[in-house]
Design a protein around this ligand. Structure first.
Ligand code: FAD
Length: 387
């Protein structure tokens, strides 16, 4: 067992090797901390769900800080504009320029496994060790440090423990002392990878009676297709074999690009994902003592603006900045740094969560008055503000 030595490189534990956890580990290591990461699954592949990740400009700016932006742009698809909205037949309704940050494209699309690979490579370069098939069995905040016992029988002392264990976080119980669960918004999303067909050079939405369809480029040759539909009872889960026929049925009314995708790119053996959409913003503060939360553990962001991972990465960058300026030997200094981290993050994350929930409710017809166009633009513009 190792103890913290004041004045030496301080040791930080990150629980969870998702997008937020690995990005945070890199940001902390860049600031000179010695970082351990534990991940409960055997490999991050097991915890990767879904198909692609939209990276808005603010995500790219945060990835730039941790040295991962260029690799994302190299393997992804950088769009010349955020997107376009069409009707169900493919007639253009309006263009969506987005809110780009100078020096970054309005959005880049990547696959989730590639993003993970890039982040893990950066972590390895920074000397961060990820221990798989490992979790904590106890976290004991002893004021001067945190004693953590692990499922492999080992134990260690840390200056700070970061809970990056996602939406079902168990570290959260320790920090917030309250049961907190995301709210299901009554909408689920079908997603499937397709070839990047001609014309898919940005997000293209098609609004129909059945729901909001869309395509997102996520590589030079690859895109993903999605359909957000009202789905009142989240416990109803069709089998994998049922999904292609179900999706094609929902898409019956569509023409244009979506009609083409329905007819030629959704096959009986297509690997379709159906995900319930949920939102949550944990009350501040996001820490207690020396234990702090980041990412989906404190803000589950519905996917409508492609901001969930972006916010988790931004959390990591801000947290690392705040801890770098603190004296980790002093509990009061750590508390002040963690309070400052929440203060810098809370309103921004709350805005994103609330806007996405509003868009979801507009799409399923439970809040038809929600100004989804205006609120989308306002929220995207807010993301341009410096961290
Ligand atoms: C369908 C869908 C589409 C999305 N699309 C986008 C998008 O286009 N753009 C975007 O920015 N975001 C998107 N998101 C959101 C994004 O995926 C999440 O916000 C992001 O992955 C959050 O990262 P995280 O590290 O906080 O959590 P996670 O990625 O969930 O990682 C948590 C990790 O912790 C591990 N873990 C859990 N418990 C423990 C434990 N006790 N001990 C150790 N390890 C543990 C898990 O195995 C996992 O690896 C989407 C989400 C969904 C559901």
């Amino acid at each position: 067992m190792q103890n913290i030595t004041p004045g030496s490189r301080e040791r930080v534990l990150v629980v969870g090797a998702g997008i937020g956890g690995v990005a945070t580990a890199v940001a902390l290591a860049q600031q000179g901390f010695e970082v351990d990461v534990v991940e409960i699954t055997e490999s991050t592949r097991q915890s990767i769900f879904g198909v692609g990740i939209i990276q808005p400009s603010n995500a790219l700016r945060a990835l730039d800080v941790i040295g991962a932006k260029d690799a994302c742009l190299e393997i992804g698809f950088a769009a010349p504009a955020w997107g376009r909205k069409e009707d169900a037949q493919g007639n253009v309704l309006f263009e969506m320029p987005g809110a780009p940050i100078e020096g970054y494209p309005p959005m880049n699309g990547v696959t989730r496994p590639e993003l993970h690979r890039i982040l893990l490579e950066r972590a390895a370069q920074e000397g961060v060790a990820v221990r798989y098939s490992t979790t904590f069995t106890s976290i004991d905040d002893r004021a001067e440090s945190v004693r953590v016992e692990f499922s492999d029988g080992s134990a260690a002392d840390y200056a700070v423990v970061v809970g990056a264990d996602g939406v079902g976080s168990t570290v959260r119980e320790q920090v917030l002392h309250a049961e907190l669960r995301p709210t299901y918004i009554g909408q689920s999303a079908f997603r499937v990878n397709i070839p990047r067909l001609p014309g898919i050079d940005r997000i293209i939405l098609q609004e129909g009676e059945a729901g909001m369809a869309g395509v997102v480029p996520i590589g030079p040759e690859l895109a993903y297709f999605f359909l957000n539909v009202p789905w009142p009872d989240r416990s109803v889960r069709p089998t994998r074999e049922e999904l292609p026929g179900l999706l094609r049925g929902y898409l019956a009314e569509f023409g244009g690009l979506t009609g083409e995708i329905r007819d030629h790119h959704i096959h009986d053996d297509s690997d379709i994902v159906l995900r319930p959409e949920e939102g949550m913003i944990a009350p501040a503060p996001w820490h207690t003592g020396r234990v702090v939360l980041i990412g989906d553990a404190v803000h589950a962001v519905p996917p409508h603006l492609g901001q969930g991972a972006a916010q988790a990465i931004e959390d990591g960058v801000v947290l690392a900045e705040e801890l770098a300026a603190a004296d980790l030997a002093s509990g009061a200094s750590v508390a002040a740094a963690l309070a400052s981290y929440t203060e810098r993050r809370y309103e921004r994350c709350k805005l994103i969560v609330e806007t996405c929930i509003g868009i979801g409710r507009y799409e399923i017809g439970t809040d038809p008055a929600f100004d989804h166009v205006g609120e989308t633009q306002r929220t995207m513009e807010a993301m341009v503000a410096p961290l």
